[in-house]
Ligand binder design. Structure first.
Ligand SMILES: [Zn+2]
Length: 669
């Protein structure tokens, strides 16, 4: 952000406030574009033109502006904690971790040394038993190699936590990256091989050895990818549910030492297990039995450097950045070190830092107002379910029961995570990171076999985002997103309903999307629909799949309808519900026209504004390939093209690009 003298900043703030009292800033509009032609462009075009993507970013939009502002706030907290030598507890822990990360002189002089103990252990593998023993010990590591034992809800009794065994081990963003035949995908694989080679050379390998290692790594990961579910298949919970006992798990991959792996994490072998991808486990077992030990050793060396490079000296960081950020997402320049370190602290000791954040940056009034908004959205959805004539009485009852048991969580968790087991040294950045990873693994494992703790969060409080959890039937809104332009205590209701109201409706909508609708009120995977109602629901979902499959997003590229359907359903359902909740809140009164805009217009403009974002082409391609969220432009336009409420607000007519013909309009509620 450009530094302005303090008074200029104040003046700018005052101007901005007087211009946006209604919460809508007309200077964002591109008035050369008609709202019924491209509403996203109309509502945000001038802002898009004036806000090019900073060199260190893959995308720049309203979400990112807020996230950036939060980084600055977190920096203030961390600078002060790191400088305070009398700090104790979590404040000392986050301050020390941040200081380790900022100490680039120590990181530089250590070079690759922090990796030597593990590199030596890999090099010492002589037998298959040695290999398995090393893999088992990686159970205390987050990412290096599968199989990882996790805490998951029992699919038929969500309150009980059982052991989950998933897939893993891929270094590219998704399994399809190993197989796609288009030019860009092929060039990413070439770049990947070059990247592996360079990393190996940084570890001291000769160029020819490193080049041959790269080939080995790509071939090995391709074999794992071949047995991994596609991102569309992964959306179907029934494809990921394979509950079994310990003996069946052992039979599935007998070459692995499951007893050792469970013992390391103190998980009882009497606990049921869910294997999300049995085919993957079989392929993994096959590799254990068949792949040469040298292949495994090469791959483990690679996984180690792949995962740890960003915690090492500049040469490693640069190479990591080149592939992960530039090749995959088009990012041109590295962030300043303090941003790297703030983000790393948030990712590593998130609840310790998040607790300090909400003490300073979350007014209690925000919580009260959010509760009201959630209650109004809930009431609106209740009315929709009551009046949905396509639902049979029993489906309706089940849906209402699910709605009644939604657990809204606002701002911050009611119970904070205990990090007292993480020993931060304020000496070695990587050692501090590893201590936190290990503590996280022990914490995860400690939940297995116990009752589910419904107070836990999986997003940190400064995060500018929100989420739904189907196995808990909870909707969560971290403090980070409860700020303008999403949520503004000063703005008029239309604007809050159009922004955070839609976010609330979106998260509630996930309870009834292609995935969430398969879970009942208690979070159990259980069909609660009649066959006929389910068929109706599938028809409504298929409408959205077809809509997104058919949009050309530029250069002949498309979304994968089945990948984005849940998020797009959340958007359409959320916008519809928030609109209804807004009208409910008016109690039959006509909202005032402010600054020439009606209440309905302000509602839809606030919605579009949330999605103001520029994105690099590489990041866009990555999003299309891997992300269940549609691109920002289509979260706005594709959603609103289905809504007669929007068409009426802006006088859009049949034939306008923003109007889908009535027979093709998708509708959830
Ligand atoms: Zn979502």
């Amino acid at each position: 952000m450009r530094k302005l003298p303090a008074f200029l900043l104040l003046a700018a703030l005052c101007l901005a406030q007087s211009g946006t009292r209604n919460g809508i800033d007309r200077s964002m509009f591109d008035t050369t574009c008609k709202p019924c032609d491209d509403f996203w462009r109309y509502a945000t075009g001038a802002w898009l033109d004036q806000h090019p993507i900073p060199a260190e970013r893959a995308r720049w939009g309203k979400f990112d502006e807020l996230a950036e502002a939060n980084l600055e706030r977190l920096k203030t907290i961390l600078d002060s904690a790191a400088a305070d030598r009398s700090a104790t507890g979590d404040r000392k822990r986050v301050g020390d971790y941040y200081a380790s990360c900022m100490n680039t002189a120590a990181i530089e002089s250590a070079g690759a040394k922090p990796l030597h103990p593990m590199l030596n252990r890999i090099a010492a593998i002589k037998t298959q038993q040695d290999l398995v023993a090393l893999l088992v010990s990686l159970g205390l590591d987050d990412t290096l190699a599968p199989p990882r034992i996790n805490d998951v809800s029992d699919p038929s009794n969500a309150d009980q936590v059982i052991a989950g065994v998933g897939a893993g081990g891929l270094s590219l963003p998704d399994r399809d990256y190993y197989f796609r035949t288009d030019t860009r995908s092929q060039s990413i694989r070439d770049e990947f091989a070059a990247h592996v080679q360079k990393m190996m050379q940084l570890l001291g390998d000769a160029p020819e050895t490193a080049a041959s290692s790269a080939k080995t790594v790509l071939a090995f990961e391709t074999s794992l990818a071949n047995a991994t579910l596609t991102n569309v298949d992964r959306r179907d919970p029934y494809k990921r549910i394979h509950k079994m006992d310990f003996a069946a798990l052992e039979a599935l991959a007998p070459a692995y030492d499951w007893k050792g792996a469970f013992a390391l994490l103190h998980v009882a072998t009497t606990v049921p297990v869910n294997v999300s991808e049995p085919e993957f486990l079989k392929a993994f077992n096959h590799q254990l039995q068949e792949a040469p030990l040298d292949t495994w050793k090469t791959w483990l060396r690679w996984r180690l450097i792949h995962d740890r490079a960003q915690y090492l000296s500049q040469a490693f960081y640069d190479e990591w950045f080149h592939f992960e950020r530039t090749v995959l997402s088009g990012v041109a320049a590295q962030q300043p070190r303090w941003k790297v370190c703030v983000s790393s602290t948030d990712a590593t000791l998130g609840e310790a830092l998040g607790r300090l954040y909400v003490e300073k940056h979350f007014p209690p009034e925000a919580q009260r107002r959010m509760q009201q908004l959630v209650a109004n959205l809930r009431a609106a959805l209740g009315e929709e379910l009551q009046s949905a004539d396509w639902l049979a009485p029993e489906t309706r009852q089940n849906a209402l029961r699910k709605l009644a048991s939604f657990d809204p969580r606002i701002g911050y968790p009611s119970k904070w995570r205990d990090y007292s087991g993480v020993k931060v040294t304020r000496g070695s950045y990587l050692a501090d990171k590893q201590a936190a990873i290990e503590d996280e693994r022990r914490f995860t494992a400690s939940k297995i076999g116990k009752k589910l703790d419904r107070t836990e969060w999986s997003m940190t409080t400064p995060t500018v985002n929100a989420y739904y959890t189907s196995t808990r039937n909870s909707i969560t809104f971290p403090a980070g997103i409860l700020q303008a332009p999403f949520f503004d205590l000063e703005a008029d209701d239309a604007v809050n309903y159009g922004a955070i109201g839609v976010v609330i409706g979106h998260e509630m909508g996930h309870g009834f999307d292609d995935q969430g609708s398969k879970y009942d009120a208690d979070g159990n995977l259980k069909n609660w629909w009649t066959d006929q109602d389910r068929a109706q629901f599938e028809k409504r979902a298929a409408c959205i799949v077809n809509q997104f499959d058919s949009i050309d997003v530029g250069g002949g590229k498309h979304h994968t309808g089945k990948l984005v359907t849940g998020e797009a359903m959340g958007d359409l359902g959320g916008a519809t519900l928030a609109y209804k909740a807004y009208h409910r809140s008016l109690n039959g009164k006509e909202p005032p026209v402010i600054d020439g805009l009606t209440g309905d217009q302000r509602f839809f403009l606030a919605y579009a504004r949330v999605w103001a974002a520029n994105q690099r082409p590489e990041a866009m391609e990555r999003q299309l390939a891997t992300d269940p969220h549609p691109l920002a432009k289509y979260r706005t336009n594709a959603t609103l093209a289905n809504m007669p409420e929007f068409h009426k607000a802006f006088g859009c007519k049949l034939g306008d690009p923003m109007v889908r013909p009535p027979a093709e309009q998708c509708r959830l509620w």
